[in-house]
Design a protein around this ligand. Structure first.
Ligand SMILES: Cc1cc2nc3c(=O)[nH]c(=O)nc-3n(C[C@H](O)[C@H](O)[C@H](O)COP(=O)(O)OP(=O)(O)OC[C@H]3O[C@@H](n4cnc5c(N)ncnc54)[C@H](O)[C@@H]3O)c2cc1C
Length: 359
């Protein structure tokens, strides 16, 4: 049996580790990717915004089994129940360093290097017996996890530095955006002594996780899955509004800066140097591989999303003998929080179930 994973980021590592845990051998899997270290693209973005704590919680790790989570590990390592107690109250957010260290261990343990092939895949084609990837194959089961198709720079900001690129903070800076990256950047720039103008079109939503908690549960997902395509797309559009967590850690530095006239909001940066905390390009059509996949197989799409079954598979190309799954942001039709670690694992587990069924 041959499985392939296209993409080499966090979603890819989660899928690889899940397959290995499910008994699939290293020689049965090929990972086609651009980064031998699957944490590299994520690490660079988190470093650019100086992120120190994860937004996700104890279960925000890439190992196939949920237990033990990162809170248990930290409690054991530091010989204190504090992380576990914080976790019970949904107040535990692992450090970026702990998350990355754990991902590194997992990668070493599961044999990723044996399956990794440095290659950017341009074409996925359905053929007898599965799928060909740039003419190589067939692979019976393929999971495509290419990540975001690029950084978004709204009109007028084409030359601005993006928050996910390395940068410093000028004495006066306009930060465009109102999500997690923007909020992190407000605090970074204030801590660096800058005066901050927050450029936003609307007030950000305050939410602990990047979608409401029920949408991580079977029950919450059942209602989402049952909705008709227009409602489905409307929900996804609504959920993509910028948000960042509530809490004093975020609010107090801003209130203090407002009192000192070092933080204000506006709708136009004027001549102030800009950091664009404007996230990523949205939609499959920005990704050449996905755009080609849709066009060449006439796949069903709705607005900017590829329509998927609830298990993240492409219905027209998946049956009892073969599987095509989408993971990461491309899998949002099946799981609204697809672009999180929980989302990566949702797609990975469903993929393993399909692989096992045909084994
Ligand atoms: C700064 C930041 C902080 C975040 N914090 C959290 C958090 O605290 N908790 C949480 O749950 N989530 C968080 N997320 C969200 C989420 O975990 C990430 O978006 C995650 O990196 C998604 O993984 P991915 O594998 O889909 O994409 P990526 O990690 O971007 O990896 C995709 C990889 O595939 C490669 N690739 C693309 N196309 C091809 C192709 N055609 N052929 C071969 N390879 C290809 C790319 O070059 C890249 O190496 C955060 C995201 C960011 C940006």
């Amino acid at each position: 049996m041959r499985c392939a994973i296209v993409g080499s980021g966090l979603a890819s590592l989660a899928a690889y580790a899940t397959l290995r845990h499910g008994g699939v051998e290293t020689e049965e899997i090929t990972v086609f990717g651009t980064h031998e270290d699957p944490t590299e693209p994520w690490r660079a973005r988190a470093a650019a915004i100086r992120q120190r704590r994860m937004r996700s919680e104890s279960d925000g790790h890439l190992a196939p089994a949920s237990f033990p989570g990162l809170a248990v590990r930290e409690s054991l390592r530091r010989a204190t129940p504090a992380p576990l107690l914080a976790s019970v109250a949904n107040r535990y957010h692992p450090s970026v360093d702990d998350f990355l260290a754990h991902a590194g261990e997992l990668r070493g343990r599961c044999g990723w290097e044996h399956s990794f092939r440095e290659q950017r895949v341009a074409r996925v084609r359905a053929v007898d017996g599965g799928f060909e990837l740039d003419g190589d194959g067939p692979f019976a089961h393929v999971l495509v996890a290419p990540g975001h198709p690029g950084l978004a720079r709204p009109p007028g900001l084409e030359r601005a530095v993006h928050a996910y690129e390395p940068h410093e903070y000028p004495p006066r800076v306009a930060i465009v955006g109102a999500g997690m990256a923007a909020a992190t950047e407000w605090l970074n720039a204030l801590a660096a002594g800058s005066e901050v103008v927050s450029i936003r079109r609307r007030e950000p939503v305050r939410r602990p996780l990047n979608v409401p908690r029920p949408l991580f549960s079977k029950r919450g997902l059942a209602a989402f899955h049952a909705s008709a395509p227009p409602q489905h797309a409307a929900t996804l559009r609504e959920l993509s509004a910028p948000s960042y967590p509530p809490g004093r850690t975020w609010d107090e530095p801003i209130r203090a800066a407002e009192r000192e006239h070092r933080f204000r909001t506006d709708t136009d940066p004027g001549e102030t140097p800009v950091i664009a905390a404007t996230g990523f390009l949205h939609g499959f059509e920005h990704d050449p591989l996905l755009a080609d996949l849709v066009a060449s197989h006439d796949l069903e799409t709705h607005d900017r999303w590829i329509v998927l079954d609830r298990d993240s598979t492409v219905p027209a190309l998946t049956d009892g003998t073969r599987t095509l799954s989408l993971a990461g942001i491309a899998g949002q039709w099946a799981f609204p929080a697809a672009d999180t670690i929980a989302g990566a694992k949702y797609a990975a587990r469903a993929f393993l179930r399909r692989v096992c069924r045909t084994r």
